[in-house]
Ligand binder design. Structure first.
Ligand code: IPM
Ligand code: MG
Length: 354
């Protein structure tokens, strides 16, 4: 039996509801496999701004640093989105957390579910064989480069800066992931325009010699956006910079049919963070309508990362079986529509039976 200390940052909007279902499933896993998960909750995002004035209070960061893993819900509130002059924003909490914890790699798997192909905006034949992993650099690039205003605020700039070590560590993760999958890595960049992209290409090409079993390809980001829609099955692992990864992962997330299905992990030197890729959906909060599957699958990624792969598999099997049984939340237009709570319970029940 092992004990793990998990920081739970459930955040804003639907975050707390979907996290609750994730914990329900984790509790079932702990019973089944005899582990102990200790959860400590802490505020982040708009909720934290309301309570403390800060989107990432010191205590929350300290808790994360002292934990074995971070289970994250979602952040964001429209009252900040519509106010360009807001000095503090919920998103700053997430960015600071990534930076402070050195979470430089964001892994976003995208795969279609056979029983849900009708939900995809793409025709079923285009969805056939879609199974990719987007490896997004998460603590560098234009998100974190120098930014500011000049000319009395009338000129604004953001800088995209990457160092060789920053590129090496994320591209290494891309090669390794490809080696464990179908052996194909695509570096997505804008090397026809950007100097930082040219450094990415240079470094990646040099590294390719160490991974003779991986087939390396390069693609410009505008073409990649098109290819993700025209022929998504061609991709195995995509490795890319922070902002390109942000945009392409949202675009590819709809392929599966619902944003509510897709998990993610953010990893780096120390503790990892696991969260659904969807946002806080404030309009749906508190109504038992949100799809908890992305969060539950993020819990499975968390277990993998903690070395509990059989336990992670048990969750994935339970999710597959639940979706195959025709039960689902409203976004899945299922035969039997259930709420957030009932969906979490159905999946937990399947875990009990694996
Ligand atoms: C994401 C989100 C964040 C990002 C926002 C909320 C800052 O869009 O995790 O993809 O841009 O990284
Ligand atoms: Mg995003």
């Amino acid at each position: 039996m092992s004990t793990f200390n998990i920081a739970v940052l459930d955040g804003d909007g639907i975050g707390p509801e979907v996290i609750k279902q994730g914990i329900k499933v984790l509790d079932q896993v702990s019973k089944q496999f005899g582990h102990q998960f200790n959860y400590t909750y802490a505020p982040v995002g708009a909720v934290a701004i309301d309570q403390t004035g800060e989107p990432l209070p010191e205590e929350t960061l300290a808790l994360c640093q002292a934990s074995d893993a971070i289970f994250f819900g979602s952040i964001g509130h429209p009252r900040f989105d519509n106010d360009p002059t807001a000095k503090v924003r919920p998103e700053q909490g997430l960015l600071k957390l990534r930076k402070e914890l050195g979470l430089y790699a964001n892994l976003r798997p995208v795969a279609g579910y056979a029983q849900l192909t009708h939900l995809s905006p793409l025709r079923p034949e285009r969805m056939k064989g879609v199974d990719m992993l987007i490896v997004r650099e998460l603590t560098g690039g234009i998100y974190f480069g120098e930014k500011g205003r000049r000319d009395n605020g009338n000129t604004a700039y953001d800088t995209c800066l990457y160092t060789r070590p920053e590129i090496v560590r994320i591209v290494k993760m891309g090669f390794e992931a490809a080696g464990n999958r179908r052996g194909k890595l695509t570096l997505v960049d804008k090397a026809n325009v950007m100097e930082s992209s040219r450094l990415w290409r240079e470094v990646t090409r040099e590294m390719a010699a160490d991974y003779p079993d991986v087939e390396l390809g390069f693609m410009f980001v505008d073409n990649a956006a098109m290819q993700l829609i025209l022929n998504p099955a061609q991709f195995d692992v995509i490795v890319t910079s922070n902002m390109f990864g942000d945009i392409l992962s949202d675009a590819s997330s709809v392929l599966a049919g619902s944003l509510g299905l897709l998990p993610s992990s953010s990893v780096g030197a120390q503790v990892g963070m696991f969260e659904p890729i969807h946002g806080s959906w404030p309009e749906g909060a508190g109504q038992d309508r949100a799809n908890p599957v992305a969060t539950i699958l993020s819990a499975a990624m968390m277990l993998d990362h903690l070395g509990l792969v059989a336990e992670g598999d048990a969750i994935r099997t339970a999710v597959n079986e639940t979706l195959a049984s025709g039960i689902g939340t409203e976004d899945l237009h299922p035969a039997t529509q259930v709420g957030t709570e009932a969906m979490g319970s159905a999946i937990a029940e399947k875990v009990r039976k694996v």
